[in-house]
Design a protein around this ligand. Structure first.
Ligand code: DX5
Ligand code: ZN
Length: 233
């Protein structure tokens, strides 16, 4: 399982120090929310910030483009140090071309889906992605309440992954805290993007360790349930 603190929830006056805090936290990834003020009603930060913090850590940079024209941003973010680039399935017929372009840039390929969007929309792309990001809030802001109605979408994505023997990550993003992370792990998620619940804590390292412990316990329980009856006797 992977824990990915979301820098959007960090103190914008201290992105360098907050990146170093994440680097020492035991998290594997740093989630970077890029907002263009058009796809979502907010603007966050751009390639210059990503480039500035890149030398401060070896964390995997998970760049989430909440942008209406991601095609003009792919290279700038790859050059700034992105290890993965995520675009939204809501971009419609442009999605397949975008996924191929991200792949051609030599970074991991991610696809995100918003709460109101039917999970069937991602089906045509599952064989072409490394990472499926199931939004558990409507994108645009940190600190929102988890939307429980998104849980069946996680379950469906996990079922398709099993049936088709694919190995994309299933990530959840938005309102992920110590309780909702466990609920999402139970549903099949393996990457946990969390802003407020992690960066909002004085001790980020302890918060990451606590979320990891809770999710690992849930994953062990889920594996035990999958084992044949005899093995469990
Ligand atoms: C929302 C972003 C999320 C957000 C998560 O549009 O995609 O990554 O920063 O923040 P929390 O964990 O505070 O909901
Ligand atoms: Zn995000």
């Amino acid at each position: 399982m992977i824990i990915a603190p979301s820098l959007l929830a960090a103190d914008p006056r201290r992105y360098a120090q907050e990146t170093r805090r994440a680097d020492r936290s035991g998290a594997e990834w740093l989630h970077l929310d890029i907002m263009d003020g058009h796809f979502v009603p907010n603007i966050s930060f751009g390639p210059a910030v990503v480039k500035a913090i890149r030398p401060l850590t070896r964390l995997f940079f998970d760049v989430h483009l909440m942008c209406s024209k991601p095609e003009i941003l792919l290279e700038p973010f790859r050059d700034a140090g992105a290890n993965q680039i995520i675009v939204h399935v809501e971009l419609g017929e442009r999605v397949m071309g975008l996924l191929w372009r991200i792949r051609a840039l030599g970074v991991k390929v991610g696809l995100a889906i918003n709460p109101p969007t039917d999970i069937a929309q991602v089906r045509p792309y599952l064989g072409r992605i490394d990472h499926l990001l199931v939004m558990t809030v409507n994108p645009g802001f940190g600190g929102q309440e988890f939307i429980h109605e998104t849980v069946p979408k996680i379950q469906q994505a996990a079922a398709w992954r099993r049936e088709r023997q694919l190995n994309y990550h299933i990530a959840v993003d938005g309102g992920i805290n110590f309780q909702t992370a466990v609920e999402c792990a139970r549903a099949g998620a393996d990457v946990f993007v969390s802003g407020t619940a992690l960066f909002g804590r004085r001790n980020l390292k302890a918060a990451v360790a606590r979320m990891r412990k809770l999710v690992s316990a849930e994953e062990r329980e889920a594996r035990a349930l999958l084992r044949p009856q005899t093995a469990r006797a």
